[in-house]
Design a protein around this ligand. Structure first.
Ligand SMILES: [Zn+2]
Length: 305
């Protein structure tokens, strides 16, 4: 088959982001936003630590909708926006240690050619702009056992540390993430598969409709009201935010439903990195409304502190 024809067939048939298998998650009890709101009255038992694994820079127009009147008024133009790549550590008193997203692989600094990210992906993602502070592997060497990974979504900049996650560690993700199709997946699929090698089939959160209607779905992850998964589709079909109740209060991890601090503070939704702009804006507004209703909840956005 000629290359152009092969490409045409692949584009038309779509290419899933990974061929890694999926299974229904065994964690997560369906609840409503009203249940979540009630739980917020008390501090929680979970320690949360956000680690800026690396500094990076990407196009501002991807992170922020520069066509939004507020962004225009502020004179925002396209260009490199400094961001960070995080992982967030959840220490539950009885359930163990989990991370939200994966930061970056230690090899990306020490031996990039040995990383799960192919040379093509490293160059397309401009990983030469990446300054690694703490690779996930380095952190794990000190931290010990890891009981699971909760992903906000399946984009590569949230999987860049996955190769450092020990084989056999359960990985949780929103529904439909693995099967999400797109032309770009032709380029990232190999690296995504490589990063997930040795891990069990992806456990997909089993969201049901939020009775309160504030989110698409709400899950009580451990069934004790300490950690919550909120379905916020748009950036990707299964995009998931997490709310963690700590002794100092609740923290909302938005994932890429809101990448930037400026965007969150000025009510400007993400830009061209969002797969479905209409749904993405709706999810962004839902998170913002939640923030207004619960001003004591600390908000940590996807790529900036
Ligand atoms: Zn991201």
């Amino acid at each position: 088959m000629k290359t152009t024809m092969l490409l045409a067939v692949m584009v038309m048939s779509g290419c899933a982001v990974t061929s890694h298998g999926t299974q229904p998650a065994t964690l997560g009890t369906p609840r409503s936003t009203a249940d979540l709101a009630a739980a917020l009255a008390e501090p929680g038992p979970v320690e949360l630590e956000s680690v800026a694994s690396a500094d990076w820079a990407v196009e501002r127009s991807g992170l922020l909708n520069l066509g939004n009147p507020t962004a225009k008024e502020a004179g925002l133009v396209d260009g490199d926006e400094p961001i960070q790549v995080f992982f967030h550590v959840i220490r539950h008193p009885t359930k163990g240690t989990f991370i939200v997203d994966t930061g970056v692989e230690t090899a990306l600094r020490d031996a990039p050619e040995k990383s799960a990210m192919s040379g093509l992906v490293r160059s397309a993602m401009h990983l030469e702009k990446l300054k690694v502070h703490q690779g996930l592997g380095e952190w794990l060497a000190k931290a010990g056992k890891l009981d699971g990974v909760f992903l906000t979504h399946l984009h590569l900049d949230h999987l860049t540390g996955m190769a450092d996650v020990p084989e056999g560690t359960p990985v949780f993700t929103g529904p439909g993430e693995a099967k999400a199709t797109g032309f770009m997946n032709l380029f990232v699929r190999g690296s995504t598969n490589q990063a997930l090698e040795g891990k069990p089939a992806l456990s997909e959160w089993q969201f049901t409709a939020d009775a309160t209607g504030s989110f698409e779905g709400v899950l009580d992850v451990f069934g004790d009201g300490s950690v919550w998964a909120l379905w916020v589709p748009g950036h990707t079909p299964g995009s998931t935010a997490y709310l963690v109740r700590t002794p100092k209060g609740a923290v909302l991890l938005t994932g890429d439903a809101s990448h930037t601090r400026w965007g969150w503070d000025h009510h400007v939704e993400p830009g061209t990195f969002t797969g479905d702009a209409v749904k993405g804006t709706e999810s962004f507004k839902r998170l913002q409304a939640f923030g207004v209703a619960h001003p004591d909840v600390e908000v940590r956005v996807g790529h900036q502190h």
